[in-house]
Design a binder for this molecule. Structure first.
Ligand code: SAM
Length: 250
């Protein structure tokens, strides 16, 4: 089934280039995903197409107003029988991880809302029953780039989106580890040689070497991920041991 992604934004033009190249372009052409952009400004009620206003209580900047965002989201939701999972891009949201991207890739429909200015009126999250998602601990000027990151991370996981079905499975984070290093021709470049084992044709030893590299890299570069991987492995080993003991007793 074609996944549907709606994006609600004040700057739909920003999406033109990322959506019209490479994997995202192909996935749309092949009917794997349908991506529809809606301009929140078109849902503003007044003649000036006002979408932002000063914050109650004072302070700098402007806040995205409820009426145009609600009107746009409600219109978009009504276009399909599934209301879709509505996600506000905000720096305060749950972090986007590979596990989250996998979870989102299983949804039939996503509605991504890009903020601007100081962000959304709080009642938008409450009233639209929205989730919040962050692409990292830094502040962007708007949610458009964040929405594009989410779209890219999710769409490449959809069946048929990548040429080689295996390439997403082996990517970093897939099993909680960073991926092993890659090499391609030439065999030697400026005195740097491809590791001999990769030229050996021994697939078992190559797989073992790659796993070791993966573990080493993760331990060195991302000790947090390595510790989580070890904890998961220990928990799995414990369960297996328990199951085996039960089998022997019965
Ligand atoms: N005042 C807000 C705060 O401190 O939480 C930041 C607003 S930011 C300048 C404007 C918009 O950019 C946000 O409404 C959000 O849509 C988007 N944005 C900024 N950083 C983001 C991040 N790390 N992840 C996702 N969206 C982000």
């Amino acid at each position: 089934m074609t996944m549907r992604i709606d994006v609600l934004t004040l700057f739909p033009e920003m999406f033109e280039s990322p959506l019209s190249h490479s994997i995202l372009k192909r996935a749309q052409q092949q009917g794997i995903v349908e991506i529809v952009l809606s301009n929140i400004r078109e849902f503003a009620a007044d003649a000036y197409r006002k979408v932002d206003d000063k914050p109650y209580g004072g302070g700098p900047g402007m806040v995205m107003m409820c009426p145009p965002v609600f009107a746009c989201a409600e219109h978009v939701r009504s276009l399909r029988p599934q209301p879709g999972r509505l996600i506000l891009l905000t720096p305060q949201g749950a972090p986007l991880t590979q596990a989250k991207a996998i979870e989102l890739s299983r949804e039939p429909r996503l509605i991504l809302v890009a903020g601007r200015y100081e962000g959304f009126d709080e009642r938008i999250r409450e009233g639209l029953d929205a989730e919040e998602l962050s692409i990292g601990d830094y502040v962007l000027s708007g949610g458009e780039l964040a929405a594009m990151v989410v779209i890219d991370a999710v769409v490449r996981l959809l069946d048929g989106a990548l040429g080689d079905e295996d390439s997403a499975a082996n990517d970093s984070f897939g099993d909680g580890l960073l991926e092993y290093p890659h090499y391609t021709r030439p065999e030697e470049f400026r005195g740097m040689r491809v590791p001999q084992i990769l030229l050996s044709g021994d697939h078992g030893r190559i797989a073992q070497w790659r796993l070791e590299q993966s573990l080493q890299r993760t331990q060195q570069r991302r000790p947090d991920l390595y510790a989580a991987w070890l904890a998961r492995r220990q928990a799995t080993n414990k369960t297996l041991k328990k199951d085996k003991n039960q089998e022997i007793e019965t």
